[in-house]
Design a protein around this ligand. Structure first.
Ligand code: OOG
Ligand code: MG
Length: 259
């Protein structure tokens, strides 16, 4: 794929996010789009955001649960990036800024030292983790009807849109990180629940895999980055007026209102 085409598609996706308009998937026009090319588009999109003055908070993993991988018929998770404009201190999601947002409950890792693949292990991750915090990720695919193939969603920065972090921070050795129970309720009604082992058997495995995937591109995870490890619960569609409330065993509650 030509550099010019990569740039054009990245601009197209940035524009869709700005205009809050769902667009046809990239593979409708470029059916042979490869995973490699899709990451090149994502990298261009990241450069556009950095060029606009946005700060990167850290990378995120997606499709880390067996349920999601099966749904998309893939055997490897994907990654994308979270930027400062996706995170706010107020507990409000402004739905008019988005297309068709969904919410999912996750665990985020904050690193105390860099992690560089290709042979990063789960133990390495735990030794390099300063804290874990609970997070509600709001994903908002720019594609029509939230439907895409694997290369499409990679190009679209893994549907990244907004994140709400909780205020409880725990050291990784303070809890059994694969046994964190989570409930996700909307308007007081339980919508989904899960245990953190849904994420690649242990969320630290997700960070290890991410470090190893990034090393293929000559990149590493850096101290201070906040890393989302992937949805423990399924993603739930949001509507104006919704009150979202999620609870993590040992990590407290995160809530926001959809306005
Ligand atoms: C892709 C993003 C998935 C996760 O945690 O699995 C993701 C999507 O489902 O739109 O963020
Ligand atoms: Mg996610």
């Amino acid at each position: 794929m030509e550099n010019e085409t990569i740039k054009k598609i990245a601009d197209f996706l940035v524009e869709a996010e700005k205009e809050k308009k769902e667009v046809p998937r990239i593979t409708a026009e470029y059916p042979d789009l490869s995973v490699e090319e899709a990451y090149a588009i994502q990298e261009e999109l990241v450069n556009i955001r950095l060029g606009q003055g946005h700060r990167m908070i850290g990378p995120k993993m997606g499709l880390t649960s067996h349920a999601k991988m099966k749904q998309l018929n893939v055997d490897e998770p994907i990654y994308g990036y979270i930027f400062d404009y996706m995170v706010t201190d107020e507990n409000v999601l402004h739905v008019n800024e988005l297309i068709h947002p969904k919410v999912e409950a996750e665990i985020a890792f904050i690193l105390s030292s860099d992690l560089e693949g290709p042979d990063v292990t789960t133990e390495d991750v735990l030794a390099s983790t300063e804290y874990v915090v609970p997070a509600l990720e709001v994903i908002d695919s720019r594609y029509q009807n939230f439907q895409f193939t694997l290369p499409d969603v990679i190009a679209d920065n893994a549907s990244s849109s907004r994140v709400f972090f909780g205020s409880v921070m725990k050291k990784p050795d303070e809890m059994e990180l694969d046994l964190v129970g989570v409930t996700l309720a909307i308007n007081g009604e339980l919508r989904d629940l899960g245990a953190s082992a849904a994420v690649l058997d242990h969320p630290a495995n997700s960070v290890a895999m991410l470090a190893n995937m990034l090393s293929r591109k000559g990149k590493k995870l850096k101290a201070g980055q906040v890393i989302l490890t992937g949805g423990i619960t399924g993603a739930q569609l949001l509507s104006q007026g919704d009150l979202v409330s999620a609870k993590w065993d040992g990590l407290g509650t995160v809530e926001f209102k959809v306005e």
